[in-house]
Write a protein that binds this ligand. Structure first.
Ligand code: SAM
Ligand code: SF4
Length: 418
């Protein structure tokens, strides 16, 4: 499996050099002249731990959570204070974990961020269904949150029990969402679960839009090697049929495909922390992407707090990109929005996309993966399936390996992803 990702990487980066992450950090981050900059804050606490979940999280304790947020505020000021004036950013997303467990302190975190940054396109927070109560929603709204994303996974008992999740009270959730409205209400679902049919998935999507969502994210189930989940993965053919059927259904309903995994029923409903050219990440496991480097913070909550107490940034590993590596990273995540504009690439890298990847784009067109209009490449249904398929290999070869190591070691010496 990793042979596919290795060969693709060598072909597209025109080099045998793997991605080498080193145990080095910079106390100053060069984000000041980055355009299209996003912000991310990680809150790694959950009431209980789900068997399928790969993210960096620990069981919630009020004490530890407060200590963590004190450290987080210091990290924000340490990075934000490196510039004079306020830097414009497009968005701020809180992920986890379950950020609403710290709902009473999100206002304080947002306040610290706003001392250094201007946020132009709103603030998003990931929620567990248990968090969707009028009280919590009001607290978030007062803090300045404009978008929420609720991790439903499935409304159906048979899949909730496979995933070890409890049932969701749809009418209470609908009531809370109508009492406290947000610009974007997204709901997350997982597809390609054992014996899941199009009817199952359609029922979930319909229930989401009927209970207050204006955006849904349908993620393919990924079986991470280090999670205790026993869920088996769906065969490729079935998965493709399911993905094509639900995509066609959403398009027929008039929903817009706002990214490879997401559909919205209203034009302004958007929720994506991924399609940003550059971003700064704060907190455990948060990543930072700049023009020439990628950084990932330590996964250990204790070591994170210790590092901040020593007045050092909590970076665990740094990858310094070659130009082609950065181009591939850019193209992979821009393609997630289902469109790549040649003009955007040229603006970012100062060189035409056709000059760097003309042959690959021609091949992608010939194979029916993309179409081109006025320099904008749009993914076809077939292209979207193969993106999904390839993303699965990428996740298992790169993210699974990296997170597997980072969960065990707070500051690994080096990590090579081939
Ligand atoms: C950090 S989690 C969600 C927020 C919240 N803590 C919750 O559980 O409801 C973000 C989303 O990732 C998706 N996810 C988690 N584990 C996954 C897996 N193994 N495969 C595919 N998607 C997954 C889920 O849809 C989940 O809602
Ligand atoms: S899925 Fe959500 S609640 Fe479950 S462990 Fe992951 S972050 Fe926590």
């Amino acid at each position: 499996m990793s042979i596919i990702t290795s060969l693709t990487r060598m072909w597209l980066t025109r080099s045998t050099k793997p991605f080498i992450f080193k145990n080095e950090y910079d106390n100053v981050l060069s984000y000041q002249d980055c355009d299209n900059l996003g912000l991310y804050v990680h809150i790694p606490f959950c009431r209980s731990i789900c068997n399928f979940c790969p993210y960096c999280k620990v069981r919630y304790s009020k004490d530890l959570c407060n200590r963590y947020i004190d450290a987080l505020l210091r990290e924000i000021h340490a990075v934000g204070g490196q510039q004079s004036g306020k830097k414009e950013t497009n968005s701020l997303y809180f992920g986890g974990g379950t950020p609403a467990l710290a709902a009473d302190r999100l206002g304080e975190i947002i306040g610290a961020i706003k001392e250094h940054f201007v946020i132009t396109e709103g603030i998003g927070v990931e929620l567990h269904p248990d968090n969707v109560t009028p009280d919590v929603l009001r607290t978030l709204k007062t803090a300045g949150v404009t978008k929420i994303s609720i991790g439903i996974q499935s409304f159906q008992t048979k899949f909730q029990s496979v995933l070890g999740r409890t049932s969701v009270d749809i009418s209470a959730m609908k009531q809370a969402l109508s009492e406290v409205p947000f610009e974007t209400v997204s709901m997350d679902f997982i597809f390609a679960l054992p014996n899941q049919t199009f009817e199952d998935l359609k029922a979930d999507v319909d229930a989401a839009f009927q209970s207050g969502a204006n955006h849904v994210a349908i993620y393919p189930f990924i079986d991470f090697t280090f999670t205790p989940s026993t869920v088996t993965t769906m065969p490729k053919k079935e998965k493709r049929e399911l993905l094509d059927a639900i995509t066609r259904y959403c398009m027929d309903q008039g929903y817009t495909r706002s990214s490879i995994w997401t559909f919205s029923s209203e034009a302004d409903a958007r929720y994506s922390s991924m399609t940003r050219d550059n971003f700064l990440g704060f907190g455990c496991s948060a990543t930072t992407l700049l023009k020439d480097q990628f950084k990932i913070n330590t996964f250990s909550v204790e070591e994170y707090c210790n590092r901040i107490a020593e007045e050092k940034l909590p970076t665990s590993l740094t990858l310094r990109f070659t130009l082609r590596q950065r181009m591939i990273y850019y193209l992979f995540w821009t393609a997630y929005s289902t469109k790549v504009a040649a003009g955007g690439f040229e603006k970012f890298f100062g060189v035409p996309l056709k000059k760097m990847y003309g042959a690959e784009l021609k091949l992608a067109k010939l194979m029916g993966f993309v179409t081109e209009e006025n320099g904008v490449y749009s993914m076809t249904l077939k292209g979207a399936f193969y993106y999904h398929y390839y993303e699965n290999f990428y996740t298992l070869s790169y993210i699974d390996k990296m997170w597997g190591v980072m969960r065990k070691e707070a500051f690994p010496q080096e990590l090579t992803l081939g």
